[in-house]
Design a protein around this ligand. Structure first.
Ligand code: HEM
Ligand code: HEM
Length: 126
C-alpha cells in the first residue's frame, strides 16, 4: 500500500487498537459510559477508514487529485475531533464536548459526500 491508501489503513489500525483498548477498559471497570466513543472509534476509525484504504488501494487513480486529499484530511481531523467531543460528553462535560461533536459530525458528513463524488464515476464505470 502507498499514498492515501496506506495512510488510511495505518490510521484504521491505530483506531482499532485504541478503540478495543477502550472497550476492554469499559469491560474491566464495568463502566460503559464511553460506549458511543468506543463504538464510533471502531465503526468509523477502524471499519470505515479501512474501507477507504482498501478503495484507494484498489483504485489508485482515485487518490490522485485535490478532492481525495481534502477528503482524507477532513475525515481524519473530523474523527479526531469527534472522539474528543464524545469522550467529553460521556464523561459528563456535555457543554465542552457538544461543539466538538457537532462540528465533527458536519465534517464527517462532508468528507463522506466528497468521497461519494470522487468514487461515484469509478463505481459506475462499466
Ligand atoms: C477488544 C474488543 C472489544 C471489547 C472488549 C468491546 C467492549 C464493548 C463493551 C463493553 C461495550 C458496551 C456494551 C453495552 O454497554 O451494551 C461495547 C459496545 C459496542 N462495541 Fe465493542 N468491544 C470490542 C470490540 C469492538 C469492535 C471491533 C467493534 C466494531 C468494529 C465494536 C463495536 C461496538 C459497538 C457498535 C457497540 C455499541 C453496541 C450497542 O449499540 O449496543 N466493538 N463494546
Ligand atoms: C457523521 C457521523 C455520525 C454521527 C453524527 C453519528 C451519530 C450517532 C448518534 C447520535 C448515535 C446515538 C448514540 C446514543 O444513543 O448514545 C449513534 C449511534 C450509533 N452509530 Fe453513529 N454517527 C455517525 C456515524 C456512524 C457510522 C459511519 C457508523 C457505522 C459505520 C455508525 C454506527 C453507529 C452505531 C453502531 C451506533 C449504536 C451504538 C451507540 O449507541 O454508540 N455511526 N451515532
Amino acid at each position: 500500500m502507498t499514498g492515501l491508501a496506506s495512510r488510511y489503513f495505518a490510521s484504521a489500525l491505530i483506531y482499532a487498537v485504541l478503540g478495543m483498548a477502550l472497550g476492554v477498559a469499559m469491560g474491566i471497570t464495568e463502566d460503559h459510559a464511553q460506549m458511543p466513543t468506543h463504538a464510533h472509534m471502531l465503526v468509523i476509525g477502524w471499519v470505515s477508514f479501512a474501507l477507504f484504504g482498501f478503495f484507494y488501494h484498489l483504485f489508485p487513480a482515485a487518490e490522485k487529485g485535490r478532492l481525495a486529499t481534502a477528503q482524507f484530511w477532513l475525515a481524519e481531523i473530523s474523527l479526531l475531533t469527534m472522539v474528543v467531543g464524545l469522550a467529553q460528553i460521556f464523561a459528563g462535560r456535555a457543554d465542552t464536548g457538544t461543539p466538538f461533536a457537532a462540528a465533527a459530525s458536519i465534517g464527517l458528513l462532508t468528507s463522506m459526500i466528497l468521497f461519494a463524488i470522487n468514487a461515484w464515476p469509478i463505481v459506475r464505470r462499466a
